[in-house]
Design a protein around this ligand. Sequence first.
Ligand SMILES: [Zn+2]
Length: 252
Amino acid sequence: MANGGTSDMLQWPSNVFVKVTSHVDGNLALHTGDNPIEVNANRKRLGSGLPDTAVWLRQVHGTEVVQIATGWTGEATADASYSQLQDTPLAILVADCLPAVIASVDGREIAAVHAGWRGLADGILHRVVSTFESSSLVAYLGPCIGPCHYEVDAKVRDRMTDQERGTGFAVSRDDHWNMDLQQIARDQLEGRGVAIERADDRCTACSALSGGKEQLYSHRLASKKGTVEIRRFAVLVWRQAPGKPGARSCPG
Ligand SMILES: [Zn+2]
């Protein structure tokens, strides 16, 4: 997803690329009990379409933002990564939580964020926005569990602000609500002056139900079926160096 000249991507920097993986790319999570040999093979295959090795995080539903600079090695425990490096993809693993990408309009800074309800309640998006030097920012919201499949109780809803309770929840039954993660992220980002350039409105559970090669993984859908979803798809973002061939733009 460079802006590609599309009219709905007015401010997206042309050097910033986003990729969303799917079933086709296989499970990309090493922490969920899947065979690591298979996961590493999936990561390697994905890597052949990327400018360099991706930075993967140990995600813990926290609010830590790790800054990726020259000489970075290893893995960080964090739920967001920020970088000014070129050709270094930042990766977020999800299977219902919201993956978000933020970029400065000048294309010099990028961040990838893992935001479930806890992260949103605890302010991870605000922390990421505060990490940027530029105040002119745009965001992409990736596919997550939609309100059609995401019911929460008062314990979750009470953690949100009054405004978020108004816009991000709809009553489903007694003391239960359908929660809209993307809407809450939108409220938080727009409240900080960040323009949402694109939102992928696919619901991960609807997608997993629909089957097919391009389907996404859904933790909640699998849990409902009585199994544990050990697979995760990824959203990756990178700043492409000028003149470097081989990168692909984001589908959708
Ligand atoms: Zn759904």
